[in-house]
Write a protein that binds this ligand. Structure first.
Ligand SMILES: [Zn+2]
Length: 62
């Protein structure tokens, strides 16, 4: 299956975060949402998770 990538560098932040999270979609959504909440001060909830889900990219398999 194709893994998904959430790359924090692609999202504007005040901390210049370089974290990349890769895994199955649900794993990435959960981890990236928790990361956004704990590191970037976003409010974790269904809205944030929808936003995170919308910004995932497919992992390029070479
Ligand atoms: Zn980050």
């Amino acid at each position: 299956m194709t893994r998904k990538i959430a790359d924090c560098r692609k999202y504007p932040s005040e901390t210049n975060c370089t974290l990349t999270i890769t895994g199955e979609e649900d794993e990435v959504v959960r981890a990236a949402s928790e990361h956004a909440a704990s590191v970037h001060g976003h409010e974790d909830g269904p809205e944030l998770r929808e936003q995170v889900r919308g910004m995932l990219e497919d992992e390029k398999v070479s």
